[in-house]
Design a protein around this ligand. Structure first.
Ligand SMILES: Nc1ncnc2c1ncn2[C@@H]1O[C@H](COP(=O)(O)OP(=O)(O)OP(=O)(O)O)[C@@H](O)[C@H]1O
Length: 340
């Protein structure tokens, strides 16, 4: 494959076409409808996360964008190139990091990068320059002559990421990139990805069912059963579909009556506990301030994208759901003391 050489850093003008454009895309495997009409536009430079449970259609959409699957209905472009008519240009704009390791274990770290650069037709000097740069970013420069086989899992993943951006793509596609890594290696991967974004302007497409990783994205699309249920910045989705839940323990009858009157439709819970779902917990807490001392306890639960998914579908995104992001204050009744 021959190709023009482009700089590692790709400062894009405001008029650069979106990195992903998908319009009316449907896809079926025989009778199984995997995608049922997808529309998405993702601007250049974005960290975009595609979040959805198993079978939602994430891999199918990624397959279409990366030209591995043929488009059946609708239109899709990557960095302005049509996936149907300009598949070679689309592939040049993509870097891929899969869940499964894909390094040549017999080659050294540097040779893995160099080989990749050759496939993309980069001249030797350019390959050496780019390899040095990306190895520097992922902190593997000291390991460049080591055989890939001896690297730890985290280091291999870092090398795969370095290789993914070696040819200067517009979009790096990451399929569950931190699966199987320990917490420290996960963090390292995200640090390096952040740095690569800053230095090269590369956009990221992350497919995941890990909520924590999607929370860090600029834009999230929640996909379920072949449809985009919500699309926007995580904070906006949380506000639109989650709402902060404030739980009061031991509110007296007068306070309860006032809140039910004032926050019609947002109050639930009987007996000792009262839950209010509000867009802005600060305003509610300010309103409650004079009565805080009379409560036995209070907790503020910030919604996560898991709550957003639950609100949209009535189902949990995954079984091993982490505990809610909860801050609890317990007040000793009457005493004014509190513990955290
Ligand atoms: N090769 C195939 N043949 C038939 N059906 C398929 C094929 N690949 C996927 N499907 C079906 O298409 C739907 C979407 O699958 P897809 O793999 O795109 O979802 P996903 O969100 O990527 O899931 P996962 O996270 O499990 O990879 C599912 O119902 C799946 O069973």
């Amino acid at each position: 494959m021959t190709a023009e050489v482009r700089p590692l850093a790709r400062p894009e003008g405001a008029d650069a076409p979106p990195v992903i454009e998908v319009q009316g895309v449907r896809y079926a495997y025989g009778d199984i409808e995997a995608l049922r009409g997808i529309d998405l536009t993702v601007p250049r430079g974005t960290f975009f996360a595609l979040l959805g449970p198993n079978g939602a259609g994430k891999s199918t959409l990624v397959g279409l964008l990366s030209t591995l699957l043929p488009l059946q209905t609708g239109a899709a472009r990557v960095a302005g190139f049509d996936v149907r008519r300009q598949s070679a240009q689309v592939r040049r704009e993509l870097g891929l990091v899969f869940q499964e390791p894909s390094l040549d274990e017999r080659l050294t770290v540097l040779e893995n990068l160099d080989f990749h650069g050759r496939i993309y037709g980069l001249p030797a000097r350019e390959r050496a320059r780019r390899a040095a740069h990306v190895l520097d970013v992922v902190e593997l420069a000291d390991w460049q002559n080591a055989t890939a086989r001896i690297l730890s899992r985290g280091m291999k993943r870092r090398l795969e990421i370095a290789r993914g951006v070696m040819h200067g793509p517009a979009l790096l596609m990451l399929d569950e990139p931190t699966t199987g890594l320990d917490v420290q290696s996960r963090r390292a991967v995200w640090t390096y990805l952040g740095q690569l974004r800053r230095e090269t302007g590369v956009s990221l497409l992350l497919t995941t069912h890990q909520i924590e990783e999607a929370e860090g994205a600029d834009l999230v699309a929640i996909l379920d059963r072949g449809e985009v249920l919500a699309f926007g910045p995580p904070a906006e989705l949380r506000e639109r579909h989650g709402g902060t839940v404030v739980t009061l323990r031991g509110p007296g009858p007068a306070l309860r009556a006032r809140l039910e009157r004032q926050y019609t439709g947002q109050v639930e819970g009987a007996g000792d506990e009262l839950r209010l779902r509000v867009p802005d917990a600060g305003a509610l807490l300010a309103d409650l301030a004079p009565e805080l001392g009379s409560l036995r306890g209070l907790s503020v639960q910030t919604p996560s994208l898991e709550d957003v998914f639950l609100d949209l579908t009535g189902r949990a995104l995954r079984e091993d759901r982490p505990g809610p992001h909860e801050a609890t204050l317990a007040f000793a009744r009457g005493g004014g003391e509190h513990t955290r």
